[in-house]
Write a protein that binds this ligand. Structure first.
Ligand code: ADP
Ligand code: MN
Ligand code: MN
Ligand code: MN
Ligand code: MN
Length: 367
């Protein structure tokens, strides 16, 4: 069980109120992306019964002037449920509800709603059955947010080398959180595919996928919310900053693995290599879409060192972890499969990333 914070007043015992029955009601936790394009917000409402379809879920609203999403005078932003998942924290019939944000007219997507346009592109491209798998890297920080979890308060741990996929108290920190998050994702129905300790101590990765179309963005955002929520119970802060510690420390990315139906079957490698020419032409546009601040965040990470490519130039190669796009060795050997875009930063919006990829890889050619 989670460690209770000092001051919770339960002397380390499980909270007994959580066993009370709910009188047949469902607690629905509505989640949305706020005005930063990076942080998430959420709030609870009671539903009289368990929904079966997303259309059973009522629309709702929140105060956009408190989330960087509107001015004081016309502050209501609407919440439109788009997907729901089992709630691994409240359990039972309780649910997490992922929402799009709409303007007060109830129709126009809010300017901070990146899902709407992504969804339109995914619908147009669906005949090619695009699959994605995202490798989400992140860093655990101490509760004061000042230094990575279990790092010395002043100074640094020993240099990188022993930590990646490591074992032992001196090599990995926060495994209990990683395990809790993995289980919580499985319980919720998120397609978590794996996890590993990363190169910098207290940095970790998990993968979500393969997911088809819009499901990629939906599941990655919910998995991020679950991660930060799990970490609350351990008094740890999750950072998605792409370069949390300057110097000889690896940054954090969101490697995005991509394939279409044609790429997954015989002759697919040729289709992948053809796509590379289009990716090369639009490198700058992709970079702008690959973090929430038009490339500014990723500039600190994409230095050409620490298993990254240069911010300024597109490159691709087989098994090359110093290239913008890597074609895995086994894909070359088998002649089909998928490719990995290594540029997106750990705090990138997966809707914006997958939307950009679909535009370049499919829609530019048919529009
Ligand atoms: P890496 O070797 O770069 O560390 P990982 O094993 O961490 O790769 O992640 C690979 C990701 O690729 C997983 O999320 C997986 O779901 C995804 N993936 C596997 N096959 C495909 C495919 N055909 N199309 C898209 N994504 C895929
Ligand atoms: Mn109020
Ligand atoms: Mn990986
Ligand atoms: Mn990694
Ligand atoms: Mn990778």
């Amino acid at each position: 069980m989670a460690n209770l914070k000092i001051g919770d007043g339960l002397d380390g015992k499980k909270n007994p109120f959580l066993d009370l029955d709910q009188g047949g009601n469902v607690m629905a936790f509505y989640i949305w992306i706020d005005g930063t394009g990076e942080n998430m917000r959420g709030k609870t409402r009671t539903l009289p019964r368990k929904p079966t379809l997303v259309s059973d879920l009522p629309e709702w609203n929140f105060d956009g002037s408190s989330t960087g999403q509107s001015t004081g005078e016309n502050s209501d932003v609407l919440l439109k449920p788009v997907a729901f998942y089992r709630d691994p924290f409240r359990r039972g019939d309780n649910i997490l509800v992922l929402c799009e944000t709409l303007c007060p007219d109830g129709v126009t997507p809010h300017p901070t709603n990146k899902r709407h346009a992504c969804r339109e592109r995914m619908d147009k491209a669906s005949y090619q059955r695009p699959w994605f798998g995202i490798e989400q890297e992140y860093t655990m920080f101490a509760s004061n947010g000042k230094h990575p979890y279990c790092w010395p308060e002043h100074g640094y741990p020993g240099p990188q080398g022993p930590y990646y996929c490591g074992v032992g108290t001196n090599r990995v920190h926060g495994r209990k959180i990683v395990e809790a998050h993995y289980r919580a994702c499985l319980h919720a129905g998120i397609k978590i595919a794996g996890s590993n300790a990363e190169v910098m101590p207290s940095q970790w990765e998990y993968q979500v996928g393969p997911c088809e179309g819009i499901e990629m963005g939906d599941m990655l955002w919910v998995s991020r919310w679950i991660l930060s929520r799990v970490a609350e119970d351990f008094n740890v802060v999750i950072s998605f900053d792409p370069k949390p510690i300057e110097g000889d420390w690896n940054g954090a990315g969101c490697h995005t693995n991509i394939s279409t139906e044609a790429m997954r079957h015989a002759g697919g490698l040729v289709v992948i290599k053809e796509a590379m020419a289009n990716f090369e032409k639009k490198h700058d546009e992709h970079i702008q879409a690959y973090d929430p601040n038009m490339g500014e965040d990723n500039k600190r990470r994409l230095t050409g060192a620490h298993e990254t490519a240069s911010f300024h130039k597109f490159t691709y190669g087989v098994a090359n972890r110093g290239a913008s796009v890597r074609i895995p060795r086994h894909v070359e050997l088998e002649g089909c499969g998928y490719f990995e875009d290594r540029r997106p930063s750990s705090n990138a919006d997966p809707y914006t990333v997958t939307s950009m990829i679909i535009q370049t890889m499919i829609l530019d050619g048919i529009e």
